[in-house]
Ligand binder design. Structure first.
Ligand SMILES: C[S@@+](CC[C@H](N)C(=O)[O-])C[C@H]1O[C@@H](n2cnc3c(N)ncnc32)[C@H](O)[C@@H]1O
Length: 305
């Protein structure tokens, strides 16, 4: 553990630092999202998986999300997975689409979409009606996005391969935009401990610039009164509150308070290292790994006035 990491996270978490630290070394529970685009009888699928010896537990904040234990094998290596009956997705990663709440018939941009966990979840929430533009600039990741979209029977999605910042030139065409931005991933250290090795006190700052630019593009291509959800699997204030603060001060977006039923989450910080954030930034959600035994996430719901 780097000393600078420990110092920063002790400052962020206070008395809860030890709990947080423990969560970084505790293996995560696997989770699946049952894909209702392919599965009409969810109970029958659950019984079929239980018959393999799986133990399933409902994720409280998403009706088709389930934690899986005692599988005796890899949960991505089943016929049911190949057929697209379920998607392997951490329970915290199901939160941003729940907050965006895409509806059938809407026009949605998923600006940083690959490998498609949230695109396929949104298609499911939209019952395959309306349109999702699923974008990612990386060729390898686009391949995974395409195959997940096909496997899950998503029919309302167009894939684009662009720098997300280019969407700013389109004008206000989308009802809602998801910006699930590239980040330092400090919320997923328990899955990928190498993140700790690459983490440095300034890594988040350099990504913060790109995250702000992606949000600026989102604020331009979303319609008036449209919604943008900004999310990162990071707990760094530079990638969370600082970016949302920019969205409020410079882009004129408002941060709406959200309540995700069944989820334990904290308010966003109102200040960090002597910097007071704009009013509303505290309406963001901070989800620590030890809150729900999931990955850590930061989520904000922004509205274009
Ligand atoms: C956190 S991942 C997205 C995960 C995805 N939303 C999901 O749920 O499966 C961030 C993604 O942003 C993409 N990305 C990186 N730079 C980008 C840019 N300039 N514009 C848009 N996307 C970018 C990365 O290729 C990566 O796939």
């Amino acid at each position: 553990m780097k000393e600078s990491f420990e110092r920063k996270y002790r400052m962020l978490l206070g008395d809860e630092y030890e709990l947080f630290l423990e969560s970084l070394f505790k293996p995560l529970r696997d989770a699946i999202r049952v894909n209702t685009l392919k599965v009409t009888n969810v109970d029958a699928l659950l019984r079929r998986l239980e018959a393999k010896g799986w133990r399933l537990e409902q994720v409280p904040w998403y009706p088709h999300g389930f934690w899986v234990s005692e599988t005796g094998g890899r949960i991505g290596a089943t016929v049911e997975h190949c057929l697209g009956y379920y998607y392997v997705q951490d329970a915290a990663s199901m939160i941003p689409p729940v907050v965006l709440d895409p509806k059938p018939g809407e026009v949605i941009l998923d600006m940083c979409a690959a490998p498609g966990s949230k695109t396929t979840q949104m298609a499911q929430m939209m019952e395959n009606k309306g349109v999702i533009i699923a974008n990612d600039p990386k060729t390898k990741r686009i391949a995974a996005l395409g195959s997940n979209i096909q496997r899950c029977g998503v029919m309302n999605c167009v894939i684009t391969q662009m720098d997300g910042r280019a969407f700013g030139k389109l004008g206000p065409v989308f009802d809602k935009v998801l910006v699930d931005a590239p980040c330092t991933c400090t919320g997923t250290i328990m899955r990928s401990p190498e993140i700790l090795a690459t983490w440095g006190p300034y890594t988040a700052r350099s990504l913060s610039r790109l995250q702000k630019q992606l949000l600026r593009a989102a604020s331009r291509c979303v319609k008036k009164e449209g919604i943008i959800v900004y999310s990162v699997c990071s707990l760094e204030p530079e990638e969370g509150e600082f970016v949302v603060d920019y969205a409020v001060r410079k882009l004129g977006l408002e941060v709406e308070e959200v309540n995700v039923e069944g989820l334990k989450a904290r308010h966003g910080l109102s200040e960090w290292m002597g910097r007071r954030f704009a009013s509303g930034v505290e309406n963001s959600l901070r989800v620590y790994p030890h809150d729900n035994w999931t990955e850590g996430f930061f989520v904000a719901k922004l509205v274009k006035a």
